[in-house]
Design a binder for this molecule. Structure first.
Ligand code: HEM
Length: 409
């Protein structure tokens, strides 16, 4: 009787003897790791913008680790939340450092995320066959925004409270289902312990949920391989190098440079990532003179204020992210990279400028000249996605693509 062959061929680490081989024959994590993170072939022409995925991964780990330590002391009740943060800052050994890392990390995570997204847009990394990479990324963007928003409310300072007040009232402005949704979010008729407890659970859950999506994101990346600044696929071995040592070294350099910015911000400019008003405990009886979200939400705050009706503003703010989900299908051009697409390239820069101007509109509460700039930036932001992207293939004369991504000798 012939024997059935084993269903899987053992990986390279399964050839010898010893414990590692024994494990690898049964669970090929070692050979899998070797194939995905050591031998995996990468295009040779990736620039520094391709470091941001690794930077985001490290930042996420730092956020989870520091968050876990904060959660050991933090108390999610309206009475004690603010005082528990004070205890962390003043009494817990190195508590100020752990909280500093978590706050600086939140701001820089969002900054790195924006750079990572704009890189993807500029080089057309969302195009086939990388649509799922783009979509899993957007799911993480949403989850990160929810996590960041919930995290900002937890210290229960003045800005935490009033920021949450604006957000929950915006939910309440949705026609028909708004009031019910607002009640589900707040859990009662006022913002207090029930609401804070919900946000604490949400913050914790989403943060770990992001890790699961990162796994899917990176798995999808390893199916297609990375895009590169030319947007053309490598065809020969000469155009690629193994991940290790080339990209382990390059990613480490990127992470070290980013860490330098991180510690400079954390130690020398802590007020850049913290709002002074939030050092005061929440007071439902006293509205701050200026209610303003964290910098990374300002463009969406600008959108809320640039559209005349409250509900219209909410649709615009949600639409600004929703439209990103359609990008792989809105852009039908056969060329990926903006390098060879002059009209698309100008469009991307105008869209980035509009996003920035919307942030400034949010900061200035759409007053004075911002009353005009806000709606204009809203228009150009959406026109890029809904008009220029579908129109581009018809109106654009693209530049010739190179034959290879390898530098010419
Ligand atoms: C928690 C957040 C995220 C993490 C940890 C993460 C991680 C990574 C990593 C490690 C890579 C490979 C290295 C690189 O290309 O930089 C990558 C690639 C990529 N990511 Fe993300 N990502 C995140 C969020 C996003 C978001 C929000 C988007 C877009 C909506 C996105 C879209 C992409 C795309 C399209 C690629 C392939 C890029 C290319 O090869 O040109 N990612 N990501």
């Amino acid at each position: 009787m012939s024997q059935t062959p084993p269903p899987h061929t053992p990986g390279p680490d399964a050839s010898g003897t010893g414990l590692a081989t024994w494990i690898d024959r049964r669970l090929p994590i070692l050979s899998g790791f070797r194939a995905e993170y050591i031998d995996f072939r990468m295009p040779i022409n990736l620039n520094g913008l391709w470091n941001f995925g690794a930077i985001l991964t490290i930042l996420l780990l730092l956020m989870l680790a520091s968050g876990l330590f904060l959660a050991m002391t933090y108390t999610p009740t309206a009475q004690d939340a603010f005082a528990s943060i004070e205890t962390i800052e003043r009494e817990l050994p190195s508590g100020w450092l752990i909280r500093g890392m978590h706050m600086t990390g939140a701001s820089l995570f969002m900054a790195a995320l924006y750079i990572h997204i704009f890189r993807g847009l500029y080089y057309g990394s969302y195009k086939a066959p990388r649509e799922l990479l783009w979509l899993t990324g957007l799911v993480m963007l949403l989850m990160s925004m929810i996590t960041a928003f919930a995290g900002y409310v937890l210290p229960w300072g003045q800005m935490s409270y009033w920021g949450a007040d604006v957000a929950t009232k915006a939910i309440g402005a949705i026609p028909a289902i708004g009031p019910t949704l607002e009640h589900i979010t707040t859990g009662s008729d006022h913002l207090g312990t029930i609401f804070l407890h919900r946000l604490f659970v949400l913050h914790f859950l989403m943060a770990f949920g992001i890790v699961a999506v990162v796994v899917a994101h990176v798995a999808a990346l390893h199916v297609t391989g990375p895009n590169n600044p030319t947007g053309i696929e490598p065809k020969t071995e000469r155009e690629t190098v193994p991940f290790h040592p080339y990209f382990t070294t390059k990613d480490l350099i990127g992470i070290a440079l980013f860490a330098l910015v991180f510690v400079t911000l954390m130690f020398f400019c802590p007020d850049w990532v913290a709002e002074a008003e939030n050092s005061l405990p929440a007071n439902p009886m006293q509205t701050p003179a200026d209610i303003e979200p964290e910098w990374y939400f300002l463009p969406f705050y600008g959108l809320l204020q640039s559209v005349p009706s409250k509900f219209g503003g909410l649709v615009a703010a949600i639409g600004a992210i929703a439209v990103l989900f359609a990008v792989p299908w809105l852009d039908r051009s056969p060329i990926r990279s903006a390098r060879y697409r002059p009209v698309f390239r100008t469009g991307v820069w105008v869209m980035i400028l509009s996003f920035f101007l919307l942030g400034l509109t949010g900061k200035h509460h759409a007053e004075g000249i911002w009353h005009l700039i806000g709606p204009l930036a809203t228009l150009t932001y959406f026109a890029f996605y809904l008009v220029l992207l579908p129109l581009c293939p018809r109106i654009e004369t693209t530049r010739p693509l190179p034959d290879t991504i390898a530098p010419t000798p």
